[in-house]
Design a protein around this ligand. Structure first.
Ligand code: KG4
Ligand code: ZN
Length: 355
């Protein structure tokens, strides 16, 4: 079929994104303007601050995405945007921009499910001979989500496990903050990971191991509040005065427990699939936390133990496409553009939107 070029907009959380992608898997531009500075100040996503930053940044993001792709708005074949889920005000920025642009140039419009776009990213980024095959498992681990999904077709996803409280990314962020790990310029979770690799090797007797809870044991559900509050209580009991070794011990114990919970639920999910006769051959891991190297090692080991005879391939989209971006939104909309299955210009955002 005809090669399509799509402009896509995303602003569901803290990044303002615009990208141009084609139906033959080319990313012509991928602009991400993040608000790390604001996050550092508030210690989390502040909805109004994020909304205003999106409003300021979106026009420039669109202009840059088109310019870098060397294309005009009149030349694109369609406009895609994140319809949900996400922060209501934030979603309205990409929604309004996309609807208005599409109407102004009379182009088709498609509203995309953000998590579905994350899950489909490997079809845009993996080599053509190494694409995941359905059915596959997906772990979406980010600031907004902790999800284990079973994808049975490009449009059919089932949630096997989700977080009952906060996300794994949030827990990483909070613990990084509690431990006062400097994170200027990078994600707090990434700073915590880096801190864990500093100092004496793992297993060194001088580094204490801190006991962490193992929530929702035996159940297909995540819970991360218990981990960060354990760290909080540990620090409170010492009035925040701990030496560097103890600090390292806390950080490593937290990271091990946070990733350990992913391993536990992955095993449960794989067993449930096996029981139902579903043969899973790929695990796609995406979201900001997926760039964590410790997590990558542990998941590989976990799959090898759980499925020693039939290898389950681990698929990690490149880190810059694991985190929020508009290229994945354009790609997730492509089948619908190709099929002519598009949305009316009056389409509304869906802040709460299950898969
Ligand atoms: O997908 P993402 O960029 O966007 C949101 O969901 O907002 O995920 C961001 C999250 C943050 O919580 C960040 O601290 C975490 O991903 N993160 C990491 C690492 N890199 C980013 N967590 C642990 N280890 C990392 N290397
Ligand atoms: Zn996301």
């Amino acid at each position: 079929s005809r090669r399509l070029t799509v402009l896509a907009l995303e602003s569901s959380a803290d990044d303002t994104c615009a990208a141009v992608v084609t139906s033959d898997r080319k990313i012509l531009s991928n602009v991400v303007i993040n608000q790390q500075a604001f996050l550092e100040e508030y210690g989390g996503i502040h909805p109004f601050v994020a909304l205003h930053a999106h409003q300021r940044n979106m026009p420039g993001a669109v202009q840059r995405a088109l310019r870098e792709a060397n294309i005009t708005i009149g030349e694109v074949d369609g406009i895609a945007f994140t319809r949900g889920p996400g922060i209501p005000g934030c979603l309205s920025v990409c929604g309004n921009a996309a609807r208005t642009l599409a109407a102004a140039v009379n182009k088709p419009l498609v509203g995309v499910h953000h998590m579905q776009a994350h899950a489909l990213t490997p079809f845009l980024t993996s080599p053509a001979d190494a694409l995941p095959t359905f059915p596959f498992l997906t772990l979406l681990v980010s600031g907004g989500h902790t999800l284990l999904l079973l994808a049975t077709s490009p449009t059919a996803f089932r949630i096997l496990a989700t977080s009952l409280d906060e996300s794994i990314g949030n827990a990483f962020d909070k613990v990084a903050k509690l431990l006062q790990i400097p994170y200027s310029g990078r994600a707090p979770g990434a700073a915590l990971e880096r801190f864990c690799t500093s100092g004496p090797a793992v297993g060194d007797e001088d580094i204490p191991e801190i006991h962490m809870p193992r929530p929702m044991r035996g159940r297909l559900a995540f819970s991360y509040t218990g981990l960060h509050s354990t760290v909080e209580r540990f620090l409170d009991a010492r009035r925040g005065e701990i030496d560097e070794r103890t600090k390292l011990g806390v950080a490593r114990s937290f990271q091990k427990a946070a990733v350990g919970q992913l391993e536990d639920k992955l095993v449960l999910g794989m067993r449930e699939c096996a029981q139902k006769g579903i043969r899973v051959r790929h695990l796609v891991v995406s979201g900001g936390v997926a760039s964590n190297s410790f997590l990558r090692e542990r998941l590989r080991a976990c799959l090898d133990t759980e499925s020693p005879d039939e290898r389950v391939e681990l698929v990690f989209p490149p880190p810059h496409l694991c985190t929020d971006n508009a290229a994945m939104i354009g790609w997730a909309a492509m089948d619908r553009f190709l099929a002519g299955d598009t949305d009316p210009y009056s389409i509304e955002s869906r802040p709460k939107w299950s898969l």
